[in-house]
Design a protein around this ligand. Structure first.
Ligand SMILES: *Cc1c(COP(=O)(O)O)cnc(C)c1O
Length: 375
């Protein structure tokens, strides 16, 4: 018996390396580039993606949770690894064991690190998260001086940086990004005058749209996976700045059936054939991250042509119209994300079809299917 699924995510590591170099060139000599590899590197596989970026020269990585940082270290990834969304006080020791960099936004976290640092006779550099308008994680800028003051009384903890995050940097005209930069600059001035440390705020949108936002480091995510944060297929393929989508999703046809006019397809019969048709059944469903919102909306590629999803996406299967595709037969390769012949389906296209964005599509497909790497 084979462990193999009919479906396969393929990751092109050369494209990940290319994208890191493109962003590195883009940020120029002005700022080092941190590769955000949280969420299994947006579905691309955290360790393999970090290794690819490493080959392209990356030595700064960002994850959300501590367990992700530990996995990277256990896999032998070197360089600095930032844990960006916090940790349990009980796990503070892991930062020392695995040389991870904590991002903090509470006194309790600083205390937990200080206790461990003192016990181990070591010192740890922390980055403080400030909320400059995202309305998510971080201290209010006005609370920062007091927070810094309280840290100065803690042994073994030193401020290595201030970081924040943009809410709207995918839009080059966004006023809130300008405002966040002003707030951040003012906050950083405080750091630079009293402490030594770096400042960083730019995500992919910041890198691509706001050169003034680079400060001492940039943190790129979606761009490294080949997509523009604003969607709309910007930068895809040969256009734009040469970012290349690294993920493709492959399946095959299970069965092709001739059906007469007037019959219903799939659960709820939301699709009714208007004329005699040929319908192909595919082994892909919402369990595989192919959202049920793609019911009657999704498109796939078969023999270089587009085929429309008919009826609801099931848990493990869906149906597509192959009436117009000569010779479509069981076993034919089906591309659900990627190129075939002259046609392309991007994560932006799928995102637009389900009212979402490439980020979610990459996570859904990448994290729910077997992966294969092309080195
Ligand atoms: C995910 C993340 C990024 C990268 O965002 P993109 O829009 O994917 O470039 C940057 N910084 C932090 C803190 C993040 O969590």
């Amino acid at each position: 018996m084979s462990d193999n699924s009919f479906n396969r995510i393929r990751i092109d590591c050369a494209k990940l390396e290319n994208n890191y170099r493109v962003i590195k060139d883009f940020a120029g000599s002005r700022a080092p580039v941190m590769a955000m590899v949280k969420a299994e590197a947006y579905g691309h596989g955290m360790i393999r993606a970090a290794e690819a970026f490493g080959r392209a020269g990356c030595d700064l990585f960002g994850v959300a949770e501590l367990r992700e940082g530990v996995s990277l270290r256990k896999a032998g990834v070197r360089g600095e690894i930032y844990v960006t969304i916090g940790f349990d006080a009980a796990d503070a020791e892991l930062f020392f064991q695995h040389q991870l960099t904590p991002v903090i936004y509470s006194h309790a976290a600083a205390c937990a690190l200080s206790t461990k640092a003192t016990a181990l006779g070591r010192e740890i550099g922390v980055h403080v998260k400030v909320d400059t308008g995202m309305g998510r994680l971080g201290l209010h800028p006005e609370d920062l001086p007091g927070f810094f003051e309280s840290l100065s009384n803690l042994d073994g903890v030193k401020i290595a940086g201030i970081m924040s995050h943009f809410a709207e940097s995918d839009d080059p005209d966004s006023l809130s990004t300008r405002q966040a930069m002003q707030t951040f600059s003012a906050t950083c001035r405080e750091l630079k005058s009293n402490y030594s440390g770096i400042c960083h705020i730019a995500n992919s949108g910041g890198v691509l749209n706001f050169p003034d936002a680079y400060y001492d480091m940039v943190r790129a995510g979606i761009a490294l996976y080949g997509y523009h944060p604003a969607g709309g297929n910007r930068n895809v393929g040969q256009q734009g700045q040469g970012l290349l989508p690294a993920m493709t999703f492959h399946s095959r046809i299970l069965q092709v059936k001739k059906v007469p006019a007037g019959i219903g397809i799939s659960y709820g019969h939301t699709y009714k054939t208007q004329s005699p048709m040929r319908i192909a059944t595919l082994p892909v469903g919402y369990e595989d991250g192919y959202s049920r919102l793609l019911s009657n909306r999704g498109q796939v590629l078969i023999r270089g042509q587009r085929a429309q999803v008919c009826g609801r996406i099931c848990m493990n299967m869906c149906m597509v119209d192959v009436t117009h595709i000569d010779g479509a037969a069981p076993g034919d390769e089906v591309i659900l994300l990627g190129c075939q012949g002259k046609e392309t389906i991007s994560a932006d296209d799928i995102g637009a079809a389900i009212g979402s964005i490439s980020y979610e599509v990459l996570c859904l497909l990448g994290n729910n299917n077997q992966k294969e790497y092309i080195e």
